[in-house]
Write a protein that binds this ligand. Structure first.
Ligand code: COA
Length: 210
């Protein structure tokens, strides 16, 4: 990347952040309050009625918009301080487990679908519109329509403190080591070394983190 500039995240109390909006402060307050109420109501709804979706919800979990579930009674565990973006889709069967660790962020529009198992380690971030899917259609019998054949695959493990870019697909059986970075729009079909940066279709190492 050329002409790289650094950007410092705004720090300080929420009041100092609000002051930056100047004459738009009332609108900013309305935006923050309505988002806060929406997120709290969604989490409350899942804690009270939503056992068919998330089996366990840790503390201070934020769910920004209603997720969809392809099957009922998904075995999905959300750790503490997890953030789930808008329009995410989950699929877990009675025999599969999706384990999302503490402080994981799953951005808008992600698909996390498991017939076997998917685990995401603490502190990892999943970029928007990424698909993590631990199975494929079987297609070995050309005389039977693909949709009528079974599925095959194996579980996916994503380590701690990984950053997965936008629009990636993580395919069945892949293990991503701790601290790895996956470039935007990558197709990850092989294991990824810890602290490596991979990108492309199929994803290959472009460099290692120092
Ligand atoms: C992977 C990434 C972090 C690498 O950034 P970087 O360290 O600055 O890497 P560079 O831009 O120097 O690229 C190094 C090489 O990898 C290639 N590359 C980088 N990202 C790539 C990608 N997503 N797909 C394919 N190739 C990629 C570059 O073309 C370059 O190749 P070259 O040496 O042949 O010219 C960044 O490119 C990226 O994809 N970021 C994800 C952004 C995103 O999705 N954000 C939203 C989610 S929160």
């Amino acid at each position: 990347m050329s002409n790289v500039q650094n950007y410092q995240m705004p720090k300080g109390s929420p009041v100092r952040k609000l002051v930056a909006f100047k004459y738009l402060i009332p609108f900013a307050i309305f935006w923050y309050v309505s988002r806060y109420v929406r997120q709290k109501l969604i989490v409350l709804w899942f804690r009270v009625f939503g056992k068919y979706g998330f089996r366990k919800i840790g503390k201070d979990v934020v769910i920004d918009g209603l997720p969809s579930f392809i099957w009922p009674c998904s075995n999905i565990v959300l750790g503490d301080f997890v953030r789930i973006g808008k329009r995410c889709v989950f699929q877990g069967g009675p025999d599969s487990k999706i384990n999302i660790g503490n402080k994981v962020t799953v951005n808008d529009g992600c698909f996390i679908t498991a017939l076997f198992g998917i685990s995401i380690g603490d502190g990892s971030s999943i970029g928007e519109y990424t698909s993590i899917r631990d199975y494929n259609h079987k297609f070995d019998n050309p005389t039977i329509p693909i949709k009528e054949q079974d599925y095959y695959g194996s579980s996916i493990e994503i380590g701690k403190d990984c950053w997965i870019g936008r629009g990636c697909i993580i395919l069945a059986g892949v293990k991503i080591g701790d601290g790895a970075v996956i470039g935007a729009n990558s197709v990850v079909n092989k294991d990824v070394l810890p602290f490596s940066i991979v990108a492309g279709i199929p994803a290959k190492i472009i460099k290692m983190r120092e």
